[in-house]
Write a protein that binds this ligand. Structure first.
Ligand code: SF4
Ligand code: SF4
Length: 375
């Protein structure tokens, strides 16, 4: 199987304020281009696109292509299931099969395991439940996506040697980052003999949009490589990586990714050195490390579009703009009909949910200062 997977979580939208309003005709062209080039792996989840991603997969893939053509990964939303019952788990799993229009999943994952959600999975006996589904043939391979430190990963893999693979946030920027621990987690998975599926190879799009001064040396070295391709090549070139997921948002990205992943050249030591330097410079910029996964948004009691605010904050900080004039107007527009940063009631839900372990409330307060108070 080719190493590139189609992540169905950053699909193009008709309305940027509504994650459920996906541009179906564009996604249809993207899916068709992906499959026609011999790629086959799709990744969805219960919570993506306000619960619509699985339905979109059914309409555009399962109902239009035969089952042998594609491979599908879906996930149990354990991160959202604190206080739920094993019956809820069973209902969700069967809902997912029907929403996706399939009889079985090729890969199935516990979604977003960390120290906290692992406790939920233990109390619901999620591993045991999913192993039963595997025995019944409803799951071919069982795994989990993971967002915590390497020692927690070691503990989960030691207690659950039955899993077939792990999905890790792995990119050159987070490789040595102490919060994400990409390298340490990767090495832990390898030590346990588990194949790795890579998520966030371009860190929510950040590594595809490097500021000019950081991107320039990369362009000079390989003028025909897109900036995003550097990040995907880095992940794909690691031993033990079976799939690299890309959350593609337009046709150009599908065409670029599928072209270079057809026969990806490995990175040499000079390339790796450049990436190390790029990561070093990029990490010194005053940006919030949000990957725009939107996990925090669903539970925000004030409907604050947290990652949308962080996106403009990062862009303006990196280009040294102060949030006045046009930027303030943009913020006003973004906040119409939704919560403003100043509406935050400090309930802490976002920080409990954030897989990047960000101090979301601190950053929301900064957004408020920049765009509402102009400080
Ligand atoms: S702390 Fe603020 S931003 Fe975070 S979920 Fe609560 S209200 Fe929303
Ligand atoms: S703040 Fe955290 S949970 Fe929210 S979108 Fe960003 S990375 Fe995801």
């Amino acid at each position: 199987m080719k190493k590139l997977g189609f992540g169905m979580f950053r699909l193009p939208l008709h309305d940027l304020k509504d994650q459920g309003k996906v541009d179906m005709s564009l996604v249809k062209r993207m899916v068709d281009a992906f499959l026609s080039r011999g790629y086959s792996y799709f990744d969805t989840a219960y919570m993506y696109h306000d619960g619509q991603s699985e339905n979109i997969f059914r309409k555009l893939v399962a109902e239009r292509y035969s089952r042998e053509i594609f491979q599908l990964a879906d996930k149990m939303p354990v991160i959202d299931m604190k206080g739920k019952s094993p019956d809820d788990q069973d209902k969700i799993f069967h809902d997912q099969l029907s929403k996706c229009g399939v009889d079985y999943f090729d890969n199935y994952l516990l979604h977003c395991l960390n120290a906290e959600s692992y406790k939920t999975a233990k109390s619901l006996k999620t591993f045991e439940y999913l192993s039963q589904q595997k025995e019944k043939g409803k799951i071919l391979r069982l795994g989990f996506s993971f967002h915590d430190k390497a020692d927690i990963l070691d503990c989960v893999l030691t207690e659950h040697p039955e899993v077939d693979f792990v999905q890790l946030q792995l990119n050159y920027y987070d490789w040595e980052d102490e919060r994400v621990q990409s390298r340490k987690c990767y090495e832990t998975a390898v030590r346990h003999g588990k194949p790795v599926i890579v998520m966030e190879p371009v860190k929510g799009g950040k590594l595809a949009r490097l500021p000019g001064s950081i991107a320039e040396p990369l362009f000079k070295r390989h003028p025909d490589w897109s900036i995003a391709s550097w990040a995907i090549r880095f992940a794909a070139s690691l031993d033990n990586v079976s799939i690299v997921l890309s959350g593609m948002s337009n046709l150009e990205q599908v065409l670029d990714n599928t072209a270079f992943m057809e026969n990806p050249e490995s990175l040499d030591s000079g390339d790796l050195l450049l990436l190390e330097k790029a990561a070093e410079v990029f990490s010194s910029l005053p940006a919030i490390e949000c990957t725009a996964c939107r996990y925090c948004v669903r539970g925000c009691p004030k409907s604050i579009p947290i990652p949308d605010y962080f996106t403009i904050y990062n862009r303006d900080k990196i280009s040294r703009r102060n949030g006045g004039g046009v930027q303030r107007e943009e913020y006003q527009k973004l906040s119409e009909g939704r919560g403003k940063a100043s509406d935050c009631i400090h309930c802490g839900q976002c920080e409990e949910t954030c897989p990047q372990h960000l101090e979301v409330m601190k950053w929301i307060a900064k957004v408020k200062k920049v765009y509402e108070q102009n400080e």
